[in-house]
Design a protein around this ligand. Structure first.
Ligand code: SF4
Ligand code: SF4
Length: 231
């Protein structure tokens, strides 16, 4: 049995913004029964800066935060392995090698099982603390934790339509998520990609998929920016 307080402290000290422990036994993946979900917030000034479209800062933060998350996931896996459990850090490298850039167990699934937030109308994980202005990672394990989160099974979006209205690609359908809702019911992925590629080329001259409008307009993100005195 792992004391979550010790691991949590280790991860917060290492730069995690949110840490959760969830039960994934019902999902039956590779004999893993639990997950550690990790989130790192996107700096408030960077999120504030994408009001008019994606920026180079936003693009560069993605890479920097992915690298921080990879280190945190590896740290977690090492910690669990040292205590005799199996643990698989779902790092960017591990995900790319194992399955052509698809996470075997999506980070967002782990995050909802670990109580970090719900899936918004934008199909992004929405946290109460930072809205969708977070990057995610996760570790799968067979470790037992002394304190597991209550999973989140329904949307907290309610009647909000901020992202639906602001999406420049009209990709967000406006549906409310609950467990089992497929991504296609929430967002038209092709329309999102087309728009985000055009915006990234127009704003920063890069052939990448980057937009972020649905991150920036979410009221939970706005509350985070307000707390950081940016609004
Ligand atoms: S990233 Fe941009 S285009 Fe894609 S769903 Fe969000 S707001 Fe719409
Ligand atoms: S903007 Fe509103 S509807 Fe969209 S994810 Fe955030 S809370 Fe949900």
């Amino acid at each position: 049995m792992i004391a979550t307080s010790e691991l949590r402290e280790l991860l917060y000290n290492g730069g995690a913004s949110l840490v959760g422990f969830g039960d994934i036994s019902a999902l039956q993946y590779g004999g893993y029964t639990s997950c550690v979900a990790l989130a790192v917030k996107i700096p408030a000034d960077v999120v504030y800066g994408i009001g008019l479209g994606p920026t180079r800062d936003y693009f560069e933060q993605y890479r920097a935060l992915n690298s921080k998350l990879d280190s945190l996931a590896e740290l977690t896996a090492q910690y669990l392995t040292r205590q005799g459990f199996r643990a698989m850090a779902q790092t960017t490298t591990a995900v790319a090698e194992s399955s052509g850039f698809r996470t075997p167990m999506p980070h967002k699934t782990c995050a909802t099982r670990a109580g970090l937030g719900w899936i918004g109308k934008s199909a992004l994980l929405v946290t109460r603390e930072y809205g969708p202005a977070v990057r995610l990672s996760s570790v799968l394990t067979d470790a037992r934790f002394d304190c597991m989160a209550e999973p989140v099974n329904t949307s907290g979006c309610g009647s909000c339509t901020a992202c639906t209205r602001a999406c420049p690609g009209r990709a967000i359908q406006g549906a409310l998520w609950d467990v089992g809702t497929p991504r296609e019911k929430l967002v038209d992925a092709k329309a999102c990609r087309r728009t985000a590629r055009a915006l990234a080329m127009e704003r920063i001259g890069e052939k990448i998929t980057l937009c972020g409008k649905c991150v920036e307009v979410c009221p939970y993100t706005r509350a985070y920016l307000e707390k950081e005195n940016l609004l």
